[in-house]
Design a protein around this ligand. Structure first.
Ligand code: PEP
Ligand code: MG
Length: 851
């Protein structure tokens, strides 16, 4: 099978084989863009190399060299001839892994080539710095020689430095520096393959869930020199502003320089606008070319270009990384400009980024009094408040940390991923820190040159302030401002633009998105965010607000008989009022109300003061209260007397709640407000529990209907949140009009992991590589999903049209939502602020699974 491709043989559909960079170059060649000529060695060749004990097969070597001859023909140049060809050798995986793998530039140099180049350019500095750069890069990348070895060369002129560098190579490798281009190419290809498995690439893949078996392609391309003369330069641009999304070219250029100078932050680049005046023709050609590219690739592009002696070359293009804000604006603008469809726009925006948009800024009124420490470059929007940390390796998962670094490097990746925000002293808008932070959707400020870090004493000084590691700062990626201490964050905002985008997603999705809401305020909020109906109203939470907690405490701690009756009445009145308010706001949307499920310990009075107050309410002694609390205390409350078990012990409790629901529904309907109540029973493990409670509740409701001589429609169903309930879902479904999966408890019980305590030790698991991720956030695909599948299948065996939803935390998690879509759930339900994310994730899952 062919392993080496000319650009003309490829296209963007061949990403898996040619890597992102290779496929892109092939695509650019197709639309006649000015790109330097080159060839691509496939990812299959890379994988074969690893299978073949890290050896290049003779067949592959031959194929590379044959294609090199074609490249020579196409460029009209020849390696190590009077018109010498020089090439770059770059990695290019199927998925973008910026800066994680290696590149070798100016390959093909030897003394003879330098001589010939000098004859052509008459520029000694250019020729010898290019040659020197090649020797050092080759030594470092291909042979792993530490860069520091070249930092203290004794020679002062470049020519002598080249000799010195080659001597270092010989000492370190025990062999001469390869002068012949064929050897140089083959060694370089091998080392780029090897870089697929360097530590930072492996970590990056782990963090981004990238398959380790993809392998990287290698692109060998004619060198063009941005440092050729004053009519040369190099730059990086985004076709739209990656921070705000504004439709205006945003980028940087460095005249008379090579691309690496920008990326490494060695020289501070100029704004791309400079080209408008210094090389207007080039600017216009560039602007036209990149717009063409954007249209062709149907997305905002991140483009690297070089100008060599007044000729423009496009080196690379990819979909640009962007902030949450820019992502939304760009996707919507592209639809409005007629470039993409709404479906494509929906697939372009990361669902979790909507959370960031809703959570994004400081409370302005506090800014006036805050102490502004300094201002850098607003490189990635969002805000962050946290403790200063100078060492990326020591950033911990549970601490709110701001990573402050001189500059970031790929080694800092893990710390960057864990930090709340990132501040760098050096670097521009396209430096490593900025690009990676934007990709992570993380607040980042770069170029804070006024900050001085003292690594030894672990302090930083800015103006008259000296701050220690661990001190709090607040960072704005919107403005680049850094403040002393903690600044409160703004109430969340839901812009018109975001609202419109969510409405597009709503039209596309199949599954319903409901909200978990317990108060009228929550219901209003969730509805405004686009939720249709309540998927879980935890009635015990309705007592958390104001002084309502005393009503539920009274019920729990009262003795059977008169005391309980009195408490029940109060409970009934309070609940009915709440239901009335909620039904009015819902105005006809479904309202799933769960009967009491308090792990009792959450409600028992804890302080002496509260116990005294309770004694007073029940008119009993403090000693009696202590006794009752003692009796009610479960040793293992999460598995104790909770959920329907309370209903079985105190059926009057569930009866009164059900009555409050239908009474409120009846009163609303009388006023012409439509209501769809769903009464949900929690913690069922056995169908007989549900049969018993259903009978009790139906009796109570029937007696109410008789009293008023009317009926209202309602559904009665159950949560499926105990593994046994999944296994016996066929029996349980006999008595249920609907199932709602409680994946919080289901996770707790199927994994044996306490919902409350697992944070204490899961970090240790993650650090030791035993466990990844957070099972209470994203559904465990090896256990919990299996139980859900069984539950769905068994439930539908009994009732094929059984309504099925989820109301655990996973109902707001994009990855879990994809699983629920696959299981054809009727709806997911999540907290109001996650509703926009859930709607987008539901639409994306639908589009992906439909394909
Ligand atoms: C669940 O267990 O998933 C659930 C939604 O119920 P709760 O979190 O109230 O136990
Ligand atoms: Mg539960």
């Amino acid at each position: 099978m062919k392993q080496v491709y000319e650009f003309k043989d490829g296209g963007k559909e061949m990403v898996a084989l040619l890597g992102g960079k290779g496929a892109n170059l092939a695509e650019m060649a197709k639309i006649d863009l000015p790109i330097p000529k080159g060839i691509i060695i496939s990812t299959t060749a890379c994988n074969d190399y690893f299978k073949n004990d890290k050896k290049l097969s003779s067949v592959l070597e031959e194929e590379i060299l044959t294609n090199i001859r074609v490249l020579e023909y196409e460029t009209g140049k020849k390696f190590q001839s009077t018109k010498p060809l020089l090439v770059s050798v770059r990695s290019g995986a199927p998925v973008s892994m910026p800066g994680m793998m290696d590149t070798i530039l100016n390959l093909g140099f030897n003394d003879y080539v330098a001589e010939k180049m000098l004859e052509i350019t008459k520029d000694e500095k250019f020729v010898y710095t290019s040659y020197l750069r090649f020797v050092q890069m080759f030594s470092e990348i291909a042979k792993g020689i530490n860069r520091k070895k070249f930092m203290h060369l004794k020679a002062t002129d470049y020519k002598a430095q080249i000799i010195e560098s080659k001597n270092i190579y010989r000492e370190e490798c025990g062999e001469m520096f390869p002068e012949n281009y064929k050897a140089q190419i083959l060694i370089a290809v091998k080392s780029i393959f090897d870089s697929w498995n360097n530590d930072r690439a492996i970590l990056y893949r782990k963090l981004h869930n990238i398959d380790n078996n993809m392998g990287t392609a290698v692109v060998i391309q004619e060198m063009v020199f941005g440092n050729f003369n004053d009519k040369s330069g190099t730059g990086v641009l985004f076709t739209r502003n990656p921070s705000t999304g504004e439709n205006k070219i945003f980028g940087e250029v460095l005249l008379n320089a090579q691309g690496e100078d920008i990326v490494a932050g060695i020289r501070t680049p100029d704004n791309i606008e400079l080209l408008k005046t210094s090389m207007p023709n080039i600017y216009n050609e560039l602007a036209d070319t990149v717009k063409k590219l954007e249209k062709h690739n149907r997305d905002m592009q991140d483009v690297e270009f070089t100008i060599e002696d007044s000729k423009l070359y496009i080196l690379q293009t990819r979909n640009g990384k962007r902030t949450a804000e820019a992502s939304l604006k760009i996707a919507m603008d592209l639809v409005k400009e007629g470039i993409i469809t709404k479906e494509e726009a929906i697939l372009k925006v990361e669902p979790a980024s909507l959370n960031k948009l809703l959570n994004g800024d400081f409370e302005e009124k506090y800014l006036k009094e805050a102490t502004l420490l300094t201002k850098g470059l607003a490189a990635s929007s969002g805000v962050a408040v946290g403790r200063i940390m100078f060492d990326a390796k020591r950033v911990k998962i549970r601490e709110k940390t701001i990573l402050v670094r001189e500059e970031t490097s790929p080694e800092d990746l893990q710390g960057m991923a864990l930090a709340q925000g990132i501040v760098t002293l050096k670097g521009g808008a396209t430096s490593h820190g900025a690009v990676v932070a934007r990709g992570m959707g993380k607040c980042c400020v770069t170029g804070c040159s006024e900050i001085k870090i003292d690594e030894i004493n672990k302090t930083m000084t800015v103006g008259k302030h000296t701050l220690k590691e661990g001190d709090f700062i607040s960072v704005s990626g919107h403005t680049g401002e850094i403040y002393l201490g903690k600044i409160p964050l703004k109430e969340n905002s839901f812009s018109d633009e975001l609202k419109e985008f969510v409405s597009w997603a709503s039209e596309i999705k199949r599954m319903g998105v409901r909200m978990n809401a317990d108060t009228p305020e929550d219901v209003k909020q969730g509805k405004a965010f686009g939720a249709k109906g309540i998927g879980l109203c935890r009635t015990e939470h309705m007592f958390f607000k104001k002084d309502k907690i005393w009503t539920i405490r009274e019920f729990i701690l009262s003795d059977r008989g008169e005391e309980k009756e009195k408490a029940l009445k109060k409970l009934h009145n309070l609940q009915k009022e709440d239901f009335l308010n909620i039904f009015k706001i819902l105005n006809g949307d479904e309202a799933n109300i769960r009967l009491l499920d308090p792990p009792v310990h959450e409600f028992l009075p804890k302080t002496l003061e509260d116990k005294k107050k309770m004694a007073e309410i029940l008119s009993i002694s403090l000693e009696d209260i202590e006794k009752r609390i003692y009796r009610l205390k479960d040793e293992n409350p999460m598995l104790g007397h909770r959920g329907c078990r309370l209903g079985v012990s105190y059926p009057e409790l569930y009866r009164i709640q059900a009555r409050a629901i239908v009474e409120a529904a009846y009163e609303c309907e009388k006023k012409g407000i439509k209501v769809h109540p769903e009464i949900m029973i929690p913690f069922i493990m056995e169908s007989k529990e549900l049969a018993y409670l259903r009978k009790e509740i139906e009796e109570e409701i029937e007696s109410f209907f008789k009293e008023v001589g009317a009926t209202v429609e309602y559904k009665l169903g159950t949560m499926i949140e105990i593994p046994r309930a999944c296994l016996l879902a066929n029996e349980i479904a006999e008595y249920a009009d609907f199932f709602s999966f409680g994946t919080n408890d289901l996770t707790q019980m199927s994994m044996g992991l306490s919902r409350d305590d697992s944070v204490k030790f899961l970090d240790d698991y993650r650090e030791k590589g035993i466990w990844e991720g957070e099972p209470f956030y994203s559904i465990d695909t090896k256990s919990v999903t299996k139980l859900v599948e069984i539950g769905v299948k068994n439930g539908k065996t009994t009732k094929p049209n059984l309504q099925i939803g989820v109301c655990g935390e996973h109902g707001g998690d994009p990855k879990s939502i994809e699983f629920f879509e696959g299981q054809k759930f009727d709806y997911v339900s999540c907290s109001p602020f996650r509703v926009p994310t859930a709607i987008l994730a539901a639409a994306q899952s639908y589009l992906k699974l439909k394909r």
